[in-house]
Design a protein around this ligand. Sequence first.
Ligand SMILES: *Cc1c(COP(=O)(O)O)cnc(C)c1O
Length: 462
Amino acid sequence: MTTAQTLFSHLPATDRLLRDAAFTALLAEFGHTRVVATLRMLQNEAREHIRSASKLPDWSEDWAKKTRSVLEASQRSALQPVFNLTGTVLHTNLGRALQAEEAIAAVTEAMRSAVTLEYSLDDAGRGHRDRAIADLLCELTGAEDACIVNNNAAAVLLMLAACANGGEVVVSRGELVEIGGAFRIPDVMRQAGCTLVEVGTTNRTHLKDYRAAAGENTSLLMKVHTSNYHIEGFTKAVSEAELVTLGNELDLPVVTDLGSGSLVDLSQWGLPPEPMPQQLIADGVSLVSFSGDKLLGGPQAGIIVGKKALIERIQSHPLKRALRADKMTLAALEATLRLYQHPETLVERLPTLRLLTRSAEDIHRQATRLLPAFEQRFGELFDVRVEACLSQIGSGSLPVDRLPGAALTFTPKDGRGTTLAALTQTLRELERPVIGRVAEGRLWLDLRCLENEALLLEGIAQ
Ligand SMILES: *Cc1c(COP(=O)(O)O)cnc(C)c1O
């Protein structure tokens, strides 16, 4: 027999393995089908290995152990909890806003129980699913009515589809934004069945440009908040208030895609100000749309607030049914909005605001506390330090302004990129992966979003 044939004959048969005591626990835990499928896969892998390397794979000493590790790896959730130490508070790829405990409790309850989603207890008739939250939104923004959908992209699409009636929508060339993930204003217009009329230039748009573009086919004047970029220098944009004056004169509604939109004045905590939906409503804007999971700090949702007649058109448009929010989203959103009714405790209870308002000193102290543990674990290969850094809000909010904070930085002592890559990989492979950012030849773990210090230390000690 050749070596390969001898080795093939050493591969244990599935039946024999399954009778092993070590496999009893695996069968109970993962079920017969998955254990057998994994064994077949491993046997093929072993045969491949024999063919290519003329020896058994190292793991074949312990089939049960290998089977367990493969099965456990496949059990890992697609939504694995991680430490977001990227320095971006509202990180779209990491799920944006963390929910308040109140929102978590409300969602859990809504999941477990039947709820009055479209049911009014007063007359036992069918209510309207956005009703209760719309009332809350009206109270918080001064709007006449509101509508909630899956996300702000959906809100913009629906707003245009329902209110432009296939007509022309006038937008400044300085506001034809791409948000990422293929959300571009011109494309959304097309999908909504309306015609985009661009006015002004990239850097300057005047009220007279809107006036000149408005004609008998015009249905809406639109403003889009340029959330993820900033034009500086010789610029001019028309404010919502000015546009409303023109809209009133021409009998055209003004609608705004605000993107993030904060329901509280962020400057009270020294944060850069962000436009507030209530301000635009006060300025007379007919419809304002914004996200639930950006600065608002709630679940993924799109919120439209504004004039009753227009919201009614939106509510009865067939797309609303396709884009509506589910009971879990609505439960989380309602609980989040209720926190805004009590602004004194908002910073404490709303994670997004709590993280955004952390002081540089507080984060610096935390970094100093954590330094010894990281030095002990990584100090041999890396120069580990506490350094000042700038974090960002993320999700297109306030793209220019940065929040001063602190990070632990890791500079490879051998100066090699491969050493750095190995470190980021090690951290990604922890039970709760640690996600940082690499810049200037160093790994930065920005601690702004670290609340559970003990859990991180536990992971590092692994
Ligand atoms: C983020 C953003 C959107 C998309 O909002 P989602 O809630 O992510 O769908 C649309 N418009 C603007 C201006 C934005 O900033």
